[in-house]
Design a binder for this molecule. Structure first.
Ligand SMILES: *Cc1c(COP(=O)(O)O)cnc(C)c1O
Length: 232
């Protein structure tokens, strides 16, 4: 299948999953697709942009910096991979949304650099929903406290939560974790924190995005289902 055909199939699956949602009250019924373009070249990215993709996700700051100048300036850039504090300056300069905020030290650095360049940086808190040792992210039980801390930072705007669910052959197994994320999101929403514009629940990848959407995700990050397997 061509990339554009695979993209159409993904968009179709997203719409179908939205119709299966019940009792979820995230603002709007739309789901944003972030095409994950790590390890893919600029011409490949241009193909999906021509087919209507308006947001791309990259894992590494260095790789994104290399592609950034060659791509349409209207494209939205999402940082979805782990961010080291020594890359914050470059990350803040090119990314519209940083999904992977997972420590107080990191958030302080982001605030500092954003202030320097007069930007308010949109971010998501990465939640380690299953408390896996192998994954980055804030533990669910610490997330509310972390959201409160962020709400006092003038150059950061908290826009929601992100998670990477454990990989399971049968994605149904992670449905309860997506549901837990949705409740966590709602809890933060009810706090009515200052400086906060809660609007994104970023969860769902190739293996599990339809289930994530059914459980309330409104931003999915999809690579393999659009581009095929990555070559490392
Ligand atoms: C690579 C990656 C994705 C996309 O994964 P696929 O399984 O290829 O869809 C999504 N989110 C994050 C954080 C990733 O690193």
């Amino acid at each position: 299948m061509l990339i554009t055909e695979k993209l159409q199939a993904v968009l179709h699956n997203i719409s179908a999953a939205i119709t299966r949602r019940t009792g979820k009250f995230l603002t709007g019924q739309q789901v944003k697709l972030v095409a994950v373009t790590k390890n893919h070249s600029v011409p490949t990215i241009q193909q999906v942009v021509a087919a209507g993709v308006s947001a791309i996700g990259e894992n590494r700051v260095q790789e994104a910096l290399g592609k950034h100048p060659a791509l349409d300036t209207n494209l939205e850039w999402h940082l979805i991979g782990h961010l080291q504090t020594n890359k914050v300056k470059q990350a803040v300069s090119i990314f519209d949304l940083i999904h992977s905020v997972d420590s107080e030290r990191l958030v302080n650095e982001i605030n500092r650099f954003a202030q320097k360049i007069g930007k308010v940086q949109d971010i998501l808190i990465q939640v380690n929903v299953a408390d896996e040792d192998t994954k980055f992210g804030i533990s669910p039980s610490d997330t509310l406290q972390f959201a409160k801390l962020i709400s006092h930072m003038p150059n950061i705007r908290l826009c929601g939560l992100m998670t990477i669910a454990p990989y399971c052959e049968n994605a149904e197994a992670v449905r309860p974790l997506f549901r837990e994320m949705y409740y966590l999101y709602e809890e933060i929403n009810l706090l009515n924190l200052p400086n906060t514009n809660l609007k994104w629940l970023s969860m769902g990848m190739t293996n599990d995005y339809t289930i994530a959407i059914e459980e309330g995700a409104n931003l999915v990050r999809i690579g393999t289902a659009i581009f095929g397997n990555r070559e490392y």
